[in-house]
Write a protein that binds this ligand. Structure first.
Ligand code: GDP
Length: 445
């Protein structure tokens, strides 16, 4: 995983160099990456196809602004498109109804309906100051009714009793009646789920919907469900006018591609995300953050932006061309490399932006020390004369001493820098193009 991401990152940055527009030919490779990332994140195939087509259309022929390069532009387009696809709509629960506002919970068994019902109850009590009643229509599993009772208590809401010998419709009507008489603001109706879609279940929940006329019909779906989410979502959308989605179990290690599939299939906004088994594990869904998760790139957009914004691309390209053409790589170029690294905002801030899978690998590096080291090197080179920088072979004992004095370091450090420069020079000769990321890797460890 870590190495695949590293490769992706390196490739994206490489793509950024030298090309001014996104074209049919350079966009293909990049889109293939994005497609892979989406499939790996378990976005359903038809949804991926649609998405890629939309991105391609947006990307093709786009003039690249300022110093932005195709790789960066494409990543931005993908990220924006992902976030826009998942993020439109009203985020919070709609309670604009004659009280009690009824909220119907729908979804497969195990999706997290009961847990989410209690989480929502807590949210509505604490954030919206509402008086909340819950009721379970799951007459097939007595344990489910008990479970709702327990978690409702934890949420600080009131629970309306039901028993397995009752009909779900009668339970819901009785609860609604009770809620009206006792001035509840909200009634949350938990429903029976099945392990798979079945006709009887769908008819039951449709009838329930017709009888209680909910202001919100929330589809609860497990983020780990992956490719199957698309079929479940289709079935529930056909049965019910869904008003929102709750994506549960986002604390798991799935990349959460189900979000995109379910959003596209149902057209309903994703309102909340379940992020733990606990009663307070509910968050308002953050589409932008989720886009990054789906692409598996951490805050890669910010990283790419930082790398290109801070660095003088023209200088970087000149240097790259120089190396490529075989012109000597001297200490001035070495200094310019060091300064480019500084412009990127320092190593540690750069590391913060990388996906955690990547930084875990670099965990043993002492970033502070590395940054100080860069500053000292800069100081040493700046104490050299222009001639010395162009012809480092001139730097012998007396010159070394003078340079060390000027930079306030020991002669050994000057020696070390010269040695490092020689190694770098050797490396640059081998390396076509002089990629910044390659540089970073070498210098970082
Ligand atoms: P239901 O059958 O749809 O009512 O599902 P439940 O509410 O009983 O949840 C099924 C399982 O998923 C339970 O073990 C829950 O604790 C767990 N669960 C629900 N939501 C989340 C979540 O957001 N994160 C995690 N980690 N577990 C969850």
């Amino acid at each position: 995983m870590a190495s695949a991401l590293t490769d992706k990152l390196t490739r994206l940055v490489k793509e950024m160099r030298g090309q001014a527009r996104i074209t049919e030919s350079n966009v293909q490779d990049m889109l293939r990456e994005v497609r892979m990332a989406l499939l790996e994140a378990d976005v359903a195939l038809p949804v991926v196809r649609d998405f890629i087509a939309r991105v391609k259309e947006k990307a093709l022929g786009q003039e690249v602004l300022g110093s932005l390069k195709p790789g960066q532009t494409l990543v931005s387009i993908v990220n924006r498109e992902l976030a826009a696809t998942m993020g439109e709509g009203v985020a919070d629960i709609n309670l604009a109804a004659q009280p009690p506002a009824v909220i119907l919970m729908a979804g497969l068994q195990g999706a997290g309906k009961t847990t989410t019902t209690a989480k929502l109850a807590k949210h509505l009590i604490e954030k919206r100051k509402k008086k909340v009643l819950t009721v379970s229509g799951d007459v097939y599993r007595p344990a489910a009714i008990e479970q709702l009772k327990t978690v409702t208590k934890q949420a600080g809401a009131e629970w309306f009793p039901s028993t397995p010998d009752q009909k779900p419709l009668d339970i819901a009507r009785a609860a609604l009646d009770y809620a009206k008489k006792h001035y509840f603001d909200v009634l949350l109706v938990d429903t029976a789920g099945r392990l798979a879609i079945d006709e009887a279940l769908m008819k039951e929940i449709k009838d329930l919907h017709a009888a209680i006329n909910p202001v919100e019909t929330l589809f609860v779906v497990d983020a780990m469900q992956g490719q199957d989410a698309i079929n479940t979502a289709k079935a529930f959308k056909e049965a019910l006018p869904l008003t929102g989605i709750v994506l549960t179990k986002l604390d798991g290690d799935s990349r959460g591609g189900a979000a995109l599939s379910v959003r596209q299939i149902t057209g309903a906004p994703i309102k909340f995300a379940g992020v733990s088994e606990k009663i307070d594990g509910l968050e308002v869904f953050d589409a932008e953050r989720h886009a990054g998760r789906i692409l598996g790139m951490g805050d890669i957009v910010a990283l790419v932006e930082q790398v290109t914004a801070g660095v003088d691309m023209e200088a970087a390209q000149k240097l790259a061309a120089k190396v490529k053409s075989g012109d000597g790589f001297d200490l001035n170029d070495f200094l310019s490399q060091i300064q480019q690294m500084k412009q990127m905002g320092g190593l540690s801030s750069l590391m913060d932006k990388l996906p955690s899978q990547l930084t875990a690998k670099a965990g043993s590096l002492d970033m502070d020390k590395a940054e100080k080291d860069i500053k000292r090197k800069e100081g040493i080179i700046q104490s050299m004369t222009p001639l010395e920088r162009r012809k480092p072979e001139l730097i012998k004992a007396t010159r070394k001493k003078r340079i060390a004095n000027g930079a306030g370091v020991h002669v050994q450090e000057v020696n070390r820098l010269l040695k490092e420069f020689e190694q770098m020079q050797g490396m640059m000769k081998k390396m076509k193009g002089g990629g910044l990321m390659k540089m970073m890797k070498r210098m970082g460890g």
